[in-house]
Design a binder for this molecule. Sequence first.
Ligand code: SF4
Ligand code: SF4
Length: 215
Amino acid sequence: MNRKEPLCVRCAQTQRTCCQICEIYITPGDLDRIAAYTGESDFHEYRRPINPEYLDQDDDPLWAACVFRPDGTRRVLRRTEPDGCFFLGANGCRLPPDVRPLVCRLYPFEYTEQGLQSVSGTMCPTRLLAAGETLLESLGMDAETAEVWRRQLYAEIRRELPTAADLPAITAHAEGSQPTPRPHLSSPESAAVASSGSIPKAEVLPKTPSPCTSV
Ligand code: SF4
Ligand code: SF4
């Protein structure tokens, strides 16, 4: 394996990638940008999370209030099985970096409305990093850029609120609590990953590299 290749390429050669595994929530802003870029409108749908743990977002009340509808569904990119994301093509993501959903751009950071919390990367094969290489370096990520995207993400999800009058109560709740941060990139396999501390092994090797960060 060539350890000079981006980690996402190495990842796609050895396991199922986040683009193949995850459900991706898209903000109203993501929806507008993707529709304008693709000229398409059939790339999303409303679904309940496959992993029911993601219905429990008590660490991030604004997220819970904005993203989920009363029936527990949320706006996500369409997926095909076993290939994964609607936009995963032969050479990775078919969307340019500045059109990709903000949730995709922010991985592997964990965050809430209050700020960036940590670097998770539980789906990333960190065992493939070269000596001295960090996960963020390999993904072309940095905290400063991620914070800009995090702020944009929360500004855009506020557009989901029924009325602006709901905001003060939600924010006050968030500031008064110190729950455990939970990543917003959800996958049916992530609960198993988190509990085992290991990366899910590919049942079928992915056919394509799938860069899913800002590279
Ligand atoms: S960001 Fe996604 S594709 Fe890239 S290394 Fe991590 S899991 Fe693999
Ligand atoms: S980076 Fe692109 S291909 Fe990967 S999950 Fe996001 S939109 Fe889909």
